[in-house]
Design a protein around this ligand. Structure first.
Ligand code: HEM
Length: 150
């Protein structure tokens, strides 16, 4: 166990479990939201369907995405402080990727606000491409935390 636990003792394992649970909720939400955007784009601005998508997206953001992002950060930082891994290169790379993923999250929320105002700045093809971001980031982050290649 030593090396695996820090000042939080074995509680660190529970915190790690909580971290991974909210990582799953967050990533599930990040997969869903831009997919909703693609369906949303198919509805006419101001239609009943448009209003329905705005509401669905709002619920996903407020109930799943935002709380999960906060909890992932809180539990992740608790793990980092407890394990004292601030000087490790894999962790620096992970931090860069999670910052980028949090930026993507913020961009998605911003895009939802535009949709709610009746704006459709991106093409459906662009949206589908952007949908690849969370998948690629998740693969790289999991490799970094599990295999710790450097
Ligand atoms: C948001 C900021 C985040 C911070 C500060 C953070 C920090 C940490 C730390 C310190 C650990 C423990 C590593 C170890 O035991 O060696 C950990 C574990 C883990 N993190 Fe994060 N993390 C964050 C976000 C994420 C995200 C977005 C993902 C996935 C996309 C993720 C996936 C994981 C996984 C799968 C583990 C478990 C690794 C294991 O079983 O040892 N984390 N995280």
């Amino acid at each position: 166990m030593d090396g695996l636990v820090g000042f939080l003792g074995t509680a660190v394992l529970w915190i790690k479990a909580a971290h991974v649970i909210f990582v799953i909720f967050l990533i599930a939400g990040l997969f869903m939201l831009p997919r909703f955007f693609v369906y949303h784009h198919a509805s006419a601005v101001g239609s009943a369907e448009d209003a329905l998508w705005i509401e669905r997206e709002k619920r996903l953001i407020k109930i799943i995405l935002n709380p999960s992002l906060i909890l992932v950060w809180v539990f992740g930082l608790a793990l980092a402080f407890s394990l004292g891994i601030w000087d490790q290169a894999w962790f620096h790379a992970k931090l860069l990727l999670v910052l980028a993923l949090s930026g993507y999250h913020g961009w998605c929320v911003g895009y939802w606000k535009k949709l709610a105002r009746g704006e459709r700045p991106l093409s459906e093809k662009r949206l589908r491409l952007l949908n690849e971001v969370p998948g690629i980031a998740t693969a790289l982050i999991v490799i970094l935390v599990i295999a710790k290649p450097f």
